[in-house]
Design a protein around this ligand. Structure first.
Ligand code: ZN
Length: 289
């Protein structure tokens, strides 16, 4: 009887809703980080993102409402590696006391020329490092809920292990000579390094620059010489140029890859896991025989 009462008591505790004032206010700089925070924080965090679904975090301009969100936050989770060039402006404007959590801390950065490639989340092993950093930051900000964060993170890290194995199995089925594609900007360097598909791009690691006529001509030449099987669009930048290149070279347009942003709930990539699954499906269907 006593045991039953205890079980009922624990069940009631677990079921009781978390009061709003007990939740940690967390701001994430863009949608992919927001998804990691939601998975680890669950109902113990109030999470807002600055750059929402289908937004371009490279060329973002903080709005006054963002300064307000940031001022109320205990944690501000950012990617780092130079992705959020607008962050110092936001931090100055907001007078925020939020602790800045650099989610990419501990990954091995890749260089493209003299620039650091910020898109580290495109390798699932790196995403796991992000999740561990977020878990530890949440636990430090809200020690009373540390066990919840650890349990949530353990479950999610397990899902990421499954995802990583899926990507490797999918790439293994693509003939090695066909493991190369074109995208709009260099967002898949970490994916390439982790999984062995080569990505050529029209522009560099940021979407801020426009390709020159010479860049375009060189890429068209390379597509022909390297016999690139497919070009892909991205969900964040103007892709008319990639469409024209596909038409001009006769290369297959492989659809859309999701690089720097999730989609909304109705889109094909509302979560990080859905994003990676969508990308790998698009790659294998375009590159498989
Ligand atoms: Zn990018």
């Amino acid at each position: 009887m006593r045991r039953l009462l205890l079980i009922a008591f624990v069940a009631a505790l677990l079921a009781s809703p978390v009061r709003a004032q007990d939740r940690v206010n967390v701001v994430a700089s863009f949608s992919i980080l927001g998804d990691f925070v939601k998975n680890v924080g669950g109902d113990r965090v109030n999470m807002t993102t600055l750059v929402g679904p289908n937004g371009d975090v490279h060329v973002y301009t903080p709005a006054p409402s963002d300064a307000k969100k940031n001022a109320a936050a205990k944690l501000l989770v950012v990617n780092g590696l130079g992705l959020e060039g607008w962050l110092p402006r936001l931090a100055q404007a907001a007078g925020s006391k939020a602790t800045i959590v650099v989610a990419s801390n501990g990954i091995a950065p890749l260089k493209v020329g003299s620039e650091t490639d910020p898109h580290a989340w495109q390798s699932v092993p790196n995403a796991k490092i992000y999740v561990v950093n977020i878990r530890d930051a949440l636990a430090a900000a809200d020690p009373a809920d540390a066990e919840v964060f650890r349990a949530n993170a353990a479950r999610y890290l397990g899902e990421l292990d499954v995802l990583d194995a899926e990507v490797r199995a999918a790439v293994a089925k693509i003939p090695p000579e066909r493991r190369k594609v074109i995208t709009t900007h260099k967002a898949f360097g970490y994916f390439a390094a982790a999984y062995g598909i080569a990505f050529l791009a029209l522009v560099g690691v940021s979407t801020e620059t426009e390709p020159s006529a010479r860049d375009i001509a060189a890429l068209i030449q390379q597509i022909k010489v390297d016999k690139i099987p497919a070009v892909f669009l991205e969900n964040l930048s103007d892709d008319r140029l990639i469409g024209r290149i596909a038409a001009e070279t006769g290369v297959k347009a492989g659809g859309t890859l999701y690089s720097d942003s999730l989609t909304d709930e109705k889109g094909p990539a509302p979560t990080y896991i859905a994003l990676v699954r969508h990308n790998i499906k698009a790659l294998t269907s375009a590159l498989g025989n």
